[in-house]
Design a binder for this molecule. Structure first.
Ligand code: PAF
Length: 291
């Protein structure tokens, strides 16, 4: 695997490839979820000549003023070793001054109806930061395929729409969430959890599975009954000492609430997903499960 820190070096290397790359953008502190995306990219490109490229860049633009930008773990050497082992060909790890040599005045503003709900409601400007850096990375890497994990369900949707609306010639691939054997969704932020919090964090997947089972096993759902289910999950999280931001059942297609008619038709007719975000101690976790 070759590592580059500048746009010029990366571009010179990519110019030698016979096909456009498959690309996995990350913020580093890699875990098995990222490595699964790298392996998936490797399988997808086969012997087409497309290199598998990963980027590591902790993007200041997507962090709010009180978020964890400064303490976000930077583990470049360990990450590079893991990427190499997973079959990555090229790592692009630019310094901040390389990607943002001047304040980034031009930004990609995703539409409010996608970006100001759920995560966007609690992290103002988050998706503008994500879309801006990903659009910029796409311009640098010029991939034909880009892979993102479904753990960040809304991010995947927002980026898919960006690619569609901007007519970028890129196929966006969503990778399934990788979980610990007990069910905890892998996340770079899990490293902030104490041993006891790591056990408690399993509550998220338990609640998501319970909501999924209830929605699947009974019929006659209405917006009011779904709201009661969401409220019960929120109450349980609070009672266990969490500070939940949301537990919401949404339509998969646009992450808006299903209508009464859609709920009456059942989750097979209108595919749903339950999304949760909650703080445990000082760590904010998100997870989701398709119904
Ligand atoms: O999911 C992430 O790690 C980041 O949001 C991304 C897509 C690499 C953009 O900084």
């Amino acid at each position: 695997m070759k590592t580059f820190h500048t746009l010029a070096e990366l571009r010179a290397e990519l110019a030698l490839a016979s096909a456009r790359p498959a690309f996995v953008p990350t913020m580093g502190n890699l875990h098995e979820g990222h490595l699964t995306l790298i392996r998936q990219a490797r399988n997808l490109v086969g012997d087409s000549g497309s290199p598998v490229v990963a980027s590591i860049f902790v993007n200041r633009l997507q962090f709010g003023p009180n978020e964890d930008f400064d303490r976000y773990p930077r583990t470049l050497q360990r990450d590079a070793d893991l990427l190499q082992g997973a079959g990555c060909d090229i790592l692009f790890a630019p310094h901040e001054a390389e990607l943002y040599p001047e304040p980034q005045g031009y930004k990609v503003l995703p539409p409010d109806e996608l970006a100001n709900i759920l995560e966007g409601a609690f992290r103002p400007g988050f998706f503008t930061g994500v879309c801006t850096v990903v659009h910029k990375l796409f311009n640098i890497v010029q991939p034909r395929l880009a892979l993102f994990g479904k753990k960040d369900y809304q991010q995947l949707m927002v980026l898919r729409r960006m690619v569609d609306q901007m007519a970028l010639p890129i196929e966006v691939v969503g990778g399934e969430t990788t979980r610990s054997p007990e069910g905890l969704a892998l996340s770079s932020r899990n490293g902030y959890l104490s041993e006891a919090e790591r056990t408690e964090a399993l509550t998220l997947i338990r609640l998501l599975r319970e909501v999924q089972a209830q929605l699947r096993s009974t019929s006659g759902w209405t917006p009011g009954k779904v709201a009661a289910l969401e409220d019960a999950a929120m109450a349980e999280l609070r009672q266990r000492g969490w500070a939940p931001d949301y537990v919401l059942v949404r339509r998969r297609k646009d992450l808006h609430p299903a209508t009464a008619d859609e709920l009456a038709g059942g989750p097979d007719a209108t595919p749903l997903v339950t999304l949760v975000a909650a703080r445990l101690g000082t760590t904010r976790l998100i997870d989701n499960l398709e119904v």
